[in-house]
Structures are given as C-alpha cells and as structure tokens.
Ligand binder design. Structure first.
Ligand code: AMP
Length: 282
C-alpha cells in the first residue's frame, strides 16, 4: 500500500492503472477509520482491481460552529487499518492543494438536499458534492462507495453523478453498527461513557418505529412522537430532528406508504449523531 499526497501524482497513477486495463474503486472518507469504512473497502475489493481510499477532512462541508478543527485525525493508525483491509492507495491530499488561494468553484445538488441535514447544515452538501467531484476527477474511479449511514449524502452523490453525466457507478453499502446497535461513526469517540450508553437509543427508537409500522401504524406523526419520547427519556440527548420521508425524494410524509425512510439527528453535548432505516410498506 502506498500513501499519495500529491494531486498530480494521484492522477498519473490513475491514468497508469487505466492504461493497464485495471478498474479503480474509490472509497472517500475523512479518516479516523472504523469497520463502517472498512466495509466499503471490502465491497470495493470485490468489484474493482485497485482500491483507492481518500482521507481528507473537508473544511467546506463544516459549518462555522461545527467541529472541523476538533475532528479526530490519526493517519498512522488509518494507514495500518487500511493496509490490513487491502487498500492499495491512500490518497491524502493537502488542504492548500485541494483549495488553493482563489478557489471559486462549487457543485450544488438541489431538491434532495433541502430537507433533513440540509435544513440544519446549510452549505454542508455543497461542500460534500464539491469535494467528491474533485476526488472523482483526480482518482477517476469506475465505482465509488458510500455508506447508507449518510443516506442523504449517498443519494445526493448518486443524483449528481447521473445529472452531470459522470461515468461512475455509485454503490451504497449498509450501515455497520456496534453491538448495541449504535451506527459506527468517527464522532462516537467524542461521547462520554454515559452519552455512549444513551446513544444506543437512536437505533432502538428506529426499531421501535419499525415495529409500530409493521403492526399497522400509518400516521407518521404518531411514529415520530414515539421515537421522540424514547429519545427524550435519555438525559443527555437533544433532538435536532426526527423525520419520516419518502425514500426517493426525501420529502416529509404524513401517511406511511411505499418505501419510506426514518431519519434522526440527535446531539449528545456537542456531538451530533445521525441514523436512519428504510422500510417498505405495502
Ligand atoms: P466519513 O469518514 O464519516 O465521511 O465516512 C466516509 C464514508 O463511510 C461515507 O460514505 C459514510 O457514509 C461511510 N460510513 C461511515 N460510517 C459508516 C457506517 N457505520 N456504516 C457504513 N458506512 C459508513
């Protein structure tokens, strides 16, 4: 495995691989790796010849009051984990090379990004779409892998690739969870012991909602209330949103029918965690 910092070296390497007829799978991350990230690597290894993992904490997707500075970073440890998982290249570009002085171009995906995290994190998805476009142009993957954990992000990238005729297949992989159901996230390391215990309520409340729906509940408001009640019972939790949306357009729904997603964003102190499940309702 090698680590490449230089953008033109990365690009040259990608061209070389193409000349040799090898397909490239890209796994974009912000590092501080866990098994969720590694599940994307595993999928990439199955489908493509060369696996490139990018590690870049992208400042333009963080709001001014968010955790860009504090975001956990540990390249050495990431390199060990990535090597063990079979990553071929870590692409770890420098901030000043990705956004040199005078940088002025941004990518915006409309509609899908207006609800859910788009409401509370203005500019976030524009930052993600921009950096992912740049990574696609540099690494030139045939396939790129994203996690369902960030459902809205993954759907936005799929839509962006389609709308902008990017010749890249976008694969969305299932959420990897801790034993108690908490979705793995680099941000989980911010949690205190009691917050970590309380955080299991996110997935528990989603499962409870699923059971309610399976038992016939079709009123979105009632399901939302049930989730909120469970989360509010945890002292350290502060709800940002609990929403039921249609799984294609991510618009709020009142009546539960068809394919729906249930998505939550909850703060534990300053740590913002998200989770979701999708359900098909006949
Ligand atoms: P991040 O480093 O948090 O930006 O995540 C990089 C990629 O890994 C994104 O596509 C995430 O959706 C994905 N990812 C993060 N956590 C998980 C998880 N628990 N399960 C599956 N994929 C994940």
């Amino acid at each position: 495995m090698k680590t490449i910092e230089n953008i033109s070296r990365m690009s040259t390497f990608a061209k070389m691989m193409k000349k040799e007829g090898k397909s490239i799978g890209l796994v974009p991350t912000m590092g501080y790796l866990h098994d969720g990230h590694l599940s994307l690597v595993k999928a990439a290894k199955k489908h493509t010849d060369v696996v490139v993992m990018s590690i870049f904490v992208n400042p333009i997707q963080f709001g001014p009051k968010e955790d860009f500075e504090e975001y956990p970073r540990d390249l050495k440890h990431d390199e060990e984990m990535a090597r063990e998982a079979g990553v071929d290249v870590i692409f770890h570009p420098l901030l000043k090379d990705i956004y040199p002085e005078g940088y002025a171009t941004y990518v915006t995906v409309e509609k899908l990004t207006s609800n859910l995290c788009g409401e509370s994190r203005p500019g976030h998805f524009r930052g993600v779409a921009t950096v992912v476009t740049k990574l696609f142009n540099i690494v030139k993957p045939e396939v790129a892998y994203f996690g369902q954990k960030d459902m809205q992000q993954a759907m936005m990238i799929k839509k962006m690739a389609l709308d902008l005729n990017m010749d890249i297949e976008i694969k969305i992989m299932p959420i990897v969870r801790e034993k108690d159901g908490l979705a793995m996230s680099s941000r989980n390391t911010y949690l205190s012991g009691s917050e970590r215990r309380d955080a299991a309520v996110l997935y528990q409340s989603l499962l409870k909602a699923e059971t309610l729906i399976k038992n016939g509940e079709r009123d979105a408001g009632k399901v939302i209330k049930a989730i909120e009640d469970m989360i509010k019972a945890k002292e350290s939790a502060r709800i940002e949103y609990v929403k039921l949306v249609d799984a294609r357009g991510l618009k709020d729904i009142k009546t539960i029918t068809g394919e729906i997603a249930i998505a939550v964003a909850v703060f534990f102190s300053n740590t913002r965690l998200i989770d979701n499940i999708t359900i098909m309702v006949k």
